[in-house]
Design a protein around this ligand. Sequence first.
Ligand code: G3P
Length: 218
Amino acid sequence: MEFFLDTAEMKEIETGLEWGMVDGVTTNPSLIAKAGKPYLPTVQAIAKLVPGPVSGEVLATEYEEILSQGHRLAKLADNVVVKVPLTPDGLRAVAAFKKEGIRTNVTLCFSATQALLAAKAGAAYISPFVGRLDDVAEEGMELIEQIVTIYQNYEFDTKVLVASVRHPVHIVQAAMLGADVATIPFKVLEQLYKHPLTDAGLDRFLADWKKTGKTFDS
Ligand code: G3P
């Protein structure tokens, strides 16, 4: 299972890379706005820093403009994946990008039918938003299960990228279902390491050795 960081904060990306847990990064307009940074230069800087795929989203909603912005994003670096909203114009652009060898990440997916359309259009990634489905009292993970099954049935190449992840249980459930990728906020990545028994156990090991008055070498 691949881990992408869902952020536009360079510090978080640098730390995630140091930890060796970041296979790629996803951004969106909200995340870049939150970081208070300019749009294209931010995607470019992240793509330079991260060896793996970096999703940069178009701001356009009309076909021609999606194509134009997607081309500009794709030209920033070889590892840029063009993120496109799940609309008729968006999926039409996905098919056009596919013919040109430009990889796409179809975002704002909330149903299995939408995921099927994205795969048929030739998306490299589909991004179902599990947290936002949970927010409206639907089971986000049921959608992941449906998409994984449908993609397996027809051997689609489109990767299932679990998005709108809010807590570690989402990661466990996504992994149990065999999702290809989870894109994770930095805070949740930190939480994945945490267990109180690890902290307590480490404290006890160190305290017990300290009581001996000896060092690492003696
Ligand atoms: O990956 C999509 C993500 O950035 C949206 O997350 O928490 O705003 O639903 P959230």
